[in-house]
Design a protein around this ligand. Structure first.
Ligand code: FAD
Length: 291
């Protein structure tokens, strides 16, 4: 199928894009932001999305950057996932996000797809929203009212829905660097390499002496949004990093999940079992990395 007709706008500055978006919204035009197009163009072609106008951010070079600001890494929304995946800064200072990026789609998709687009698209099976919850990322949005910062736990609302207003553009993703000595891990199960995950888990783990001082764990691909596994986190607090404790925590986290999604590729129970197994393996991996 071909997409339905739409007006195409390609502003060169963020200010022009925000102004145009506000004007079109006020006029009642159904408008969509186009970033890398890796998710939106198939939706247009299948007519799942039928906007009357597209605002392409592709020419706004000011939204393409990766920089360190104190203990935060700031990534411009139009930075490609490839650029994020090969960034030495991210590899050295935020290894969980680096590793997550290697799991996103294929090289071609990472070349075209933007970092901001993945967060704004909010696919429940995407690695990035789960990483955002674990790392307490923040999202910078700009609209006619100005700029605001949205914490990760308020950003992802439900299935492919964020708290961005229709007249707002996501401009920057802000992630704290991994604390020195923290362990990390991300694992997923997909039908083929490069597919979106059937289920996945990511986490960070910090030790204090012989015990775990903090574990932050999230699962993706199981509920309408990525979810923190708070029961698993609580079960690990102050405990020794042993295989027995990891198994107990993983079981608690999986058991506390709200009914996981079910589809022809993976039943609800299979997804729950995946979360349990992947959590256990991630904990062992992260504990071995933590110092
Ligand atoms: C075969 C295949 C495999 C894939 N596998 C994975 C995978 O394993 N993991 C994964 O996470 N993703 C995967 N993807 C999706 C891919 O990562 C997309 O690049 C990503 O979801 C969207 O980024 P984009 O820049 O292409 O955004 P687009 O497709 O251009 O836009 C996606 C949505 O976000 C909105 N949007 C984009 N940017 C902004 C912004 N700055 N402000 C406000 N709204 C915005 C758009 O309006 C649209 O609704 C896969 C895609 C394909 C085709």
């Amino acid at each position: 199928m071909k997409s339905a007709a739409f007006a195409y706008h390609s502003p060169q500055t963020l200010e022009a894009a925000v102004s145009l978006l506000g004007t079109l919204e006020d006029e009642g035009v159904d408008v969509k932001i186009l970033a890398g197009g890796q998710s939106l163009t198939p939706m247009l072609a299948l007519r799942v999305a039928r906007p009357e106008a597209l605002i392409d951010l592709g020419r706004i070079k000011a939204l393409d950057y990766i920089r360190e600001e104190g203990k935060v890494i700031a990534i411009g929304a139009m930075t490609s996932k490839h650029a994020a995946g090969v960034s030495e800064l991210i590899k050295a200072r935020q290894r969980l996000f680096h590793d997550a990026t290697q799991l996103v789609g294929h090289r071609q998709i990472r070349n075209r797809g933007s970092v901001g687009g993945s967060f704004a698209h909010a696919d429940p099976a995407s690695e990035y929203p789960a990483v955002a919850l674990v790392l307490d990322m923040e999202f910078k949005a700009v609209g006619p009212e100005g700029e605001r910062l949205i914490p990760a736990e308020e950003f992802f609302v439900t299935y492919m829905t964020t708290s961005l207003e229709t007249n707002e553009i996501l401009t920057e993703v802000r992630m704290p660097t991994l604390p020195v000595g923290a362990g990390w891990a991300i694992r997923e199960e997909a039908r083929r390499h490069g597919d979106l995950a059937l289920a996945g888990v990511c986490l960070t783990l910090q030790k204090s002496g012989a015990v775990i001082s903090e574990a932050k764990i999230a699962a993706f691909g199981v509920n309408p949004t990525a979810v923190r596994l708070e029961a698993a986190e609580a079960a690990l607090q102050g405990q020794a990093p042993t295989a027995e404790n990891f198994a107990r925590a993983a079981a608690a986290g999986a058991a506390a999940l709200e009914e996981p999604m079910s589809c022809i590729h993976a039943s609800s129970e299979y997804r729950r079992a995946l979360v349990r197994a992947l959590t256990e393996r991630c904990l062992a991996e992260a504990a071995a990395r933590a110092v």
